[in-house]
Design a protein around this ligand. Sequence first.
Ligand code: ADP
Length: 272
Amino acid sequence: FRIYGTPITSEQGRIIGAVLTIRDITDIRRLEQMRTEFVANVSHELRTPLTSIRGFVETLLEGALEDPEVSRRFLGIINHEAQRLQQLIEDLLSLSRLESQPKRQDAGRADLAATLDRVLTTVNQLAREKGVALEKEIPAEIPELAISESYLNQVLLNLIDNGIKYTPAGGRVTIRAARLGELVQVEVADTGIGIPPESLPRVFERFYRVDKARSREMGGTGLGLAIVKHIVESHGGSISVTSRPGQGSHFFFTLPIAAEEGGRSNYQEEPG
Ligand code: ADP
């Protein structure tokens, strides 16, 4: 709280009272603190790959360049770190674009099965290399969703990519969908390492990772789920997760179905 005081004086100039204004600044404080933390996090995340790149470049310049085998290995690491930097910057831009848009998106429409197929094509190779099977169970009667295809693509890609990343060889990532009234619920389930219960409420926070080292090693930025949550919620949906360490995780999100083409929506919001 912040308290402001103004004295009340009598005609003779004596102080006979005061007006106190009490302002609750908890929210402002909290926002300031979140912003400070965010900037600190971003700086740290940017500095880590940069430090590594500079270290390897210096070692090369100091003579390691003479050894072709060492050079090749170091350049591989530099390349990898540069890719991480790029991914991080792209994720940060995605987030800031999302945040600068008004709360509810004026949607667009996307076909879940078709978008999912495109995403599966993108991640197929990664899954094959890791020995993780991809499966889908999408009923034919799922209607179109009120979201642009590129946003839906990003949501599915981030969730499925995580499923593959955090699932050891021999495991499985399954995508299911079901209609729930005027919403469609999509589930991305894996048989991977799972998430400890104390971390579950935090995985959608920016830069939160259960295991920083592991996430980095997998090329993660810690922003993927924050982006997913933002997209889903700004389209009128919601997201949740259940998980059992050692058994796997289930991410569920909902999105409203699109209005019937050319006609009116079969769902109308209450006026006011
Ligand atoms: P990252 O880029 O690190 O994967 P995300 O925002 O996508 O960041 O996820 C945040 C954290 O949540 C991850 O670092 C990981 O610890 C955990 N996580 C996300 N998805 C899964 C999953 N399918 N299985 C286990 N842990 C997960």
